[in-house]
Ligand binder design. Structure first.
Ligand code: OSB
Ligand code: MG
Length: 368
C-alpha cells in the first residue's frame, strides 16, 4: 500500500458537560483528525492526546509537531506491506504513542477499505455488539454525582466508573454504593494515590467494586504489585501500560489483574492486539478505555472491543454523552447497554466533512 495524500486538521469540539479527573478537567476537546488517501480509498483517524499533559506527556500540540515534522513526511509516498508496517520509516522515534497511533490506526482502516471489510472483521473481532459503560467525572457535590449515576444506570450502561481523588473517595463512593447496592461500580484514581494511602484504598476494597483503576503512579508497577497483594478488588492498569512489555512486566509482578487498553496510549492496533493476546493467554480480562473521543476515534475503539478477550464493558459511551452533535453519521447509540459494531467497510461510519470543516481551527496537508 502507498499513501498518496494526507490531511491533518485540528477541530475544537465543546463537551456537553465538563469532565473532571484527579489531575485536571476538560470543557472542550482539541481533536486532531487525519485523512489519509491511498490508491484504494481514504480513511479518517483521530488523535486522542489530551489538551494538557495531565494524562500522559502528549498534547495536541506535541502530536501536531511529531506528525507534521516527522511522521507524515516519512509516510507519504512510501510503499508498505500492511498496516503494521506503515510506521517502519519512523521506527527510530522514541515515544509519542498517540501521535504514532493516529497514523497506524488509519492504516488499519485503509487496509479494511482495500479489502472491503469492516475494521472489526479485519482485526478479528467476534462480536456484533459490545457491552458499554460510562465514566462519570468528579462532580461538584455528592448529590450531583448520585443524580448522574441514577441517570446513567437508567440509560442502560453496564458499568459505572466513578472518578476519585484524595478527599473525594471513601465517603463519596459509599454514598453511591448505599444508593445503588447492586450497581456495577468501579473507580478510577488516575494515579492520585501513593502507598501511604493504603488505609483509604482498603476501605474502598470493601465496597464491592468491579475494579480499582490506576490508583498509583503511572510509572510505578512495583508499588501497584505491593498494593494488589493487600486488596481483594482487582487493580486495573491504565496509564501504566504503554505496550506489550509493560503488560508482561505488570502481569509477572502482579501489579494488576485487569488491563485497560486504549489503542492511542499503546501506539496503535498492532500493540493493542499484542496486549490483547498476551492477556488472553493468561486469562487476564481486558476492556477498552476512552479518551473522550469524537465519533471517529470511537469507531476504532468499538472495532477493537469486538475482540474476544474484551470481557468487560468499555468506556465507549454514546455520542450524546459527550457532544450536542458528533462528527460522524450515524452517531453512536446504545441498545440496552450494547453498542452495535459497525459492519460497513472501514470504520463503518460516515465522516460529516461539512461539520468537520466548520469546526476546523488549523490544517496541514501533503501530497506524494
Ligand atoms: O483515565 O480513563 C481515563 C478520559 C480522559 C483521560 C483519562 C481517562 C478518561 C476517561 C473517559 O475515563 C472515558 C471516556 O472516553 O468516556
Ligand atoms: Mg483511567
Amino acid at each position: 500500500m502507498k499513501i498518496r495524500e494526507v490531511e491533518l486538521m485540528e477541530i475544537h469540539l465543546r463537551l456537553i458537560e465538563r469532565f473532571e479527573i484527579s489531575t485536571g478537567g476538560w470543557d472542550q476537546r482539541r481533536v486532531l483528525l487525519l485523512r489519509m488517501e491511498s490508491e484504494d480509498g481514504e480513511a479518517w483517524s483521530e488523535c486522542v492526546a489530551a489538551e494538557a499533559p495531565n494524562y500522559s506527556y502528549e498534547t495536541p500540540e506535541t502530536a501536531w509537531h511529531i506528525l507534521t515534522e516527522y511522521v507524515l513526511p516519512a509516510v507519504v509516498g512510501s510503499e508498505f506491506q500492511g498496516p503494521g508496517a506503515i510506521l517502519e520509516p519512523v521506527s527510530w522515534i522514541r515515544g509519542h504513542p498517540m501521535a504514532m497511533a493516529t497514523v497506524e490506526m488509519g492504516a488499519w482502516a485503509l487496509e479494511a477499505v482495500r479489502k472491503d471489510l469492516s475494521l472489526a472483521a479485519l482485526l478479528g473481532g467476534s462480536r456484533q455488539a459490545v457491552p458499554v459503560g460510562v465514566s462519570v467525572g468528579l462532580q461538584g457535590t455528592d448529590d450531583e454525582l448520585l443524580k448522574q449515576v441514577e441517570d446513567r444506570l437508567a440509560q442502560g450502561y453496564k458499568k459505572i466508573k466513578l472518578k476519585i481523588k484524595p478527599g473525594r473517595d471513601v465517603a463519596m463512593v459509599r454514598k453511591v454504593r448505599d444508593a445503588f447496592p447492586h450497581a456495577p461500580l468501579m473507580v478510577d484514581a488516575n494515579s492520585s494515590y501513593t502507598l501511604a494511602d493504603v488505609a483509604v484504598l482498603k476501605e474502598l476494597d470493601g465496597m464491592n467494586l468491579m475494579m480499582l483503576e490506576q490508583p498509583l503512579s503511572f510509572e510505578d508497577l512495583r508499588d501497584h504489585a505491593l498494593l494488589q497483594a493487600q486488596l481483594q478488588t482487582p487493580i486495573c492498569l491504565d496509564e501504566s501500560i504503554r505496550g506489550a512489555g509493560d503488560t508482561l512486566l505488570a502481569l509477572e509482578l502482579g501489579s494488576g489483574r485487569i488491563i485497560n487498553i486504549k489503542p492511542g496510549r499503546v501506539g496503535g492496533f498492532t500493540s493493542s492486539l499484542k496486549i490483547h493476546d498476551l492477556c488472553a493467554e493468561r486469562n487476564v480480562p481486558v476492556w477498552c478505555g476512552g479518551m473522550l473521543e469524537a465519533g471517529i476515534g470511537r469507531a476504532y475503539n468499538l472495532a477493537l472491543a469486538s475482540l474476544p478477550n474484551f470481557l468487560l464493558p468499555g468506556d465507549i459511551s454514546e455520542s450524546r454523552r459527550y457532544w450536542a452533535e458528533d462528527v460522524v453519521e450515524p452517531e453512536f447509540v446504545m441498545e440496552e447497554g450494547l453498542m452495535p459494531v459497525p459492519t460497513g467497510s472501514g470504520i463503518g461510519v460516515r465522516v460529516r466533512r461539512d461539520r468537520v470543516e466548520s469546526l476546523t481551527f488549523r490544517r496541514w496537508g501533503m501530497k506524494a
